[in-house]
Design a protein around this ligand. Structure first.
Ligand SMILES: Nc1ncnc2c1ncn2[C@@H]1O[C@H](COP(=O)(O)OP(=O)(O)O)[C@@H](O)[C@H]1O
Ligand SMILES: [Mg+2]
Length: 280
């Protein structure tokens, strides 16, 4: 397993007291696997990702549980201990590519600088690596595109560039938080195909976070559904359950999603329902 969450709970301190954003979530992600985590808006998906990367807002605290990355228990790691792991062990991509891209900086320069910041290589080597990465994420004619600023790119192409930056250090774990939500439906499908392609070529394990089961079920090897029954307005409650393996569930992807929906429907009293789509 490249990533394991065991009964992870995270809460926020607010003036009125404490708000629980993630409650007892357990999941495991194998190398080269795409695990989709699906749940309604506000159920704690982003907070879960932020706790793995240790990028939680100052008012948030991990209240319980463990985070194990590549066999190492990083639950209590400080920012300083985390820094070398960001990019090389974990990487994250977000919903809006422009939060990561500088509008005035040409794409090639942005990727090259990201590489130079982490790796002791020459500028030429970093530029070559940046072109390789653009090629990996399906951008044609990388040498020409390198010099263009983000506004010359479509939303889908920007998200490809973000993916290129995220993959620059060959991470083991990619946290993709709503990576297709801001994209048009046809572009979404291309992005998901790209994630499958990238994991095949690089072996990265991907946690694919979305509020939209229909959008991501097709791309995932397994789907975990995170819901939060009592989460309207009041304190967040997002309860996790250990994923249950269901050997032999769904021989093909369409079947898997269908099976999952059936299960969800009958399990409305649960906060997290998890289904395995792997017949192992
Ligand atoms: N900065 C914050 N301060 C207080 N509560 C927060 C903050 N950020 C998130 N939360 C709480 O955590 C819950 C989960 O948020 P989030 O992880 O962003 O949801 P999701 O990504 O699933 O839409 C929210 O419903 C909210 O109650
Ligand atoms: Mg979110």
């Amino acid at each position: 397993m490249v990533l394991e969450l065991r009964e992870l709970s995270v809460s926020f301190d607010i003036p009125e007291g404490e708000v629980e954003a993630v409650r007892g979530v357990s999941l495991s992600l194998a190398g080269g696997e795409i695990l989709a985590v699906v749940g309604e808006s506000g159920c704690g998906k982003t907070v879960m990702c932020q706790s793995v990367m240790k990028l939680l807002p100052k008012t948030a605290k991990i209240r319980g549980g463990r985070i194990i990355a590549c066999g190492e228990d990083i639950t209590d790691y400080t920012d300083r201990q985390m820094r070398p792991l960001r990019g090389s062990v974990f990487s994250m991509i977000f919903q809006d590519p422009m939060t990561t891209l500088n509008p005035t900086l040409p794409i090639g320069k942005r990727i090259t600088e990201a590489i130079l910041r982490h790796k002791k290589v020459s500028r030429d080597e970093a530029e070559n690596r940046a072109e390789e990465l653009l090629d990996l994420v399906g951008i044609d004619d990388p040498p020409r595109r390198m010099g263009l600023q983000p506004h010359y790119f479509s939303g889908g192409m920007r998200q490809r560039c973000i993916l290129a930056i995220a993959l620059a250090m060959n991470p083991k774990i990619l946290l993709a938080d709503e990576p297709t939500t801001s994209l048009d439906v046809t572009v979404q499908a291309h992005m998901l195909d790209l994630l499958r392609d990238v994991r095949r070529k690089t072996g990265v394990g991907i946690l694919l976070i979305s509020h939209d089961l229909g959008a991501v079920a097709r791309a995932a090897d397994r789907v975990a559904v995170k819901t939060s029954a009592g989460n309207t307005g009041g304190p967040a409650s997002a309860r996790g359950r250990r994923p249950k393996h269901r050997p032999g569930a769904g021989g093909h992807r369409r079947g898997r999603a269908g099976g999952l929906l059936g299960r969800l429907h009958t399990s409305a009293d649960r906060d997290v329902v998890s289904a395995s789509a792997k017949g192992t």
